[in-house]
Design a protein around this ligand. Structure first.
Ligand code: SAM
Ligand code: SF4
Ligand code: SF4
Length: 437
């Protein structure tokens, strides 16, 4: 980054594991705060800031007000489904379908259920998602045929990668049947689709073989700790890390590859597990990815202070291992990758809070009840299920998706500091377990 940048921004970059300045800037004496960065962003037209020049926003940029910790009543996203206008499909431009910031549509995440057998405190805290919570009834779910039909439209618009998620996707009955259907689809270039699945691993030991036979290629397993007490406190159902490890082993044995492991790191909760997790997965061929704790959904417990920035995670790792940055990144890749110098594999850092990556975000999401979301931090979805069930042709469904994508301007992570406080019911977000992580 150029030396003319203001000191605070230079220091911001220097504090980021992901930024090339981190290795060259000797003046990295402190990290810039979100408030400083937001102030700089609001007063500059510096095109080196991600996504500048920015479209006008009605909010003046200010730091997120302190969270009061008050329990926020749930506003049911299902009542805020936005209708989608049936529109004839456009001819696909040679550069692919691009949104307002020239980001292509490449990655579709499909949530198969809003249910989960865990109650991870950062995702589905049991005070909010207790026994009386109204999950989607089975009739609200898209059927496998509906999911496949929708996936086909997305693929025709340029999608190359499908990720099945949830909630906990392995709770969905007969899942291998859906995977078989999806595995028959081909990209616009006639290639096989890249099909992946994210799971908490609790049901993996018994399902891995069927998933692989059905055509699943690779898998991501979430595991936040090896220490049983820490893990049980996080999943809040007393599930054992050892059982997740058995699921991972089963996935390895049937040849699901590559396997990635996701660890959400929360300051004061599981940072003690960074090194044990790194040590466990080093040399196994599995990439461990450390994810910054995000303010997705409406979790009233989220605090910026609980986010352990990737720079600190990296510093912890570097104190124990020699790591080199992997410079060749694929566009749209969420993790910044680092390789162990002794050839024992690599780790990833997903820095969605400290180092937003909206600039090349190419992901769309569909909830289990058929709502389309163009950002993980959306307040409302677009009703694809209504279109499907109204007898619309494939062409019209494709056209509606294309129209929505070409109007897309989402870049929440880059605007985090400017967003209205989450205690405002009009700004209640859709939960991550609903739209699919
Ligand atoms: N149940 C599956 C699982 O846990 O892998 C799939 C759905 S889960 C919503 C997908 C991913 O989102 C998991 O890796 C989970 O750890 C991550 N996640 C959930 N809430 C998060 C948060 N507040 N910040 C960062 N990652 C989060
Ligand atoms: Fe369930 Fe995954 Fe959310 Fe944990 S992170 S509660 S496993 S959906
Ligand atoms: Fe993509 Fe929204 Fe996340 Fe930015 S905040 S990377 S636009 S999902």
């Amino acid at each position: 980054m150029s030396p003319q940048l203001p000191l605070v921004l230079k220091n911001y970059c220097a504090g980021q594991a992901a930024c090339i300045c981190a290795r060259s800037n000797s003046n990295a004496n402190r990290r810039v705060t979100v408030r400083e960065l937001a102030h700089y962003a609001s007063t500059t037209t510096d095109s080196r800031l991600p996504m500048n020049p920015r479209p006008p926003t009605s909010n003046s940029i200010q730091a997120t007000p302190p969270n009061t910790g008050k329990v926020i009543p749930l506003v049911d996203y299902r009542q805020r489904r936005l209708p989608m206008a049936a529109t004839p499909a456009p001819a696909l431009p040679s550069q692919g379908l691009l949104d307002r910031f020239e980001r292509p549509l490449r990655d579709l995440r499909i949530s198969l259920t809003d249910r989960c057998n865990f109650r991870c405190t950062y995702c589905m805290p049991r005070e909010k998602f207790g026994r009386d919570h109204a999950f989607l009834p089975p009739t609200a779910h898209l059927s496998f045929d509906e999911i496949t039909r929708l996936a086909r439209q997305f693929v025709a618009l340029g999608v190359k990668k499908l990720r099945l998620t949830g909630g906990e996707p392995l709770l969905r009955k007969s899942l291998p049947q859906l995977i078989e259907q999806l595995a028959r689809l081909r990209t616009i270039d006639g290639e096989r689709l890249d099909i992946a699945l994210t799971t908490n691993g609790s049901l993996l030991a018994r399902q891995a073989s069927d998933l692989k036979s059905a055509g699943l290629q690779r898998i991501t397993v979430s595991l936040d700790a090896l220490d049983e007490a820490v893990f049980a406190r996080i999943n809040d159902v007393g599930f054992k890390a050892a059982a997740v490890l058995r699921g991972i082993e089963a996935a390895q044995q049937v040849g699901l590859a590559p396997i990635k492991i996701n660890m959400v790191v929360q300051r004061g909760i599981n940072e003690s597990q960074i090194l044990p997790m790194a040590q466990h997965f080093r040399g196994t061929g599995m990439a461990l990815r450390f994810i910054e704790y995000m303010d997705v959904g409406n979790n009233p417990a989220w605090r910026l202070a609980q986010v352990l920035p990737s720079s600190e995670i990296l510093a912890t790792l570097q104190a124990a291992y020699h790591l080199h940055p992997v410079t060749l990144q694929r566009p749209g890749e969420t993790a910044m990758r680092w390789r162990y110098a002794d050839g024992q594999g690599e780790i990833g850092l997903i820095s969605s809070v400290s180092h937003a990556f909206c600039g090349d975000c190419n992901r769309a999401r569909i909830s289990a009840d058929g709502q389309l979301f163009t950002c993980l931090f959306a307040h409302q979805g677009h009703d694809l299920r209504a279109l499907l069930r109204s007898g619309c042709s494939d062409d019209l469904i494709q056209g509606s998706i294309a129209q929505l994508w070409t109007q897309r301007q989402d870049r929440y992570s880059e605007q985090r500091a400017a967003q209205a406080t989450r205690t405002d019911p009009a700004h209640q977000r859709v939960e991550m377990h609903v739209m699919g992580g």
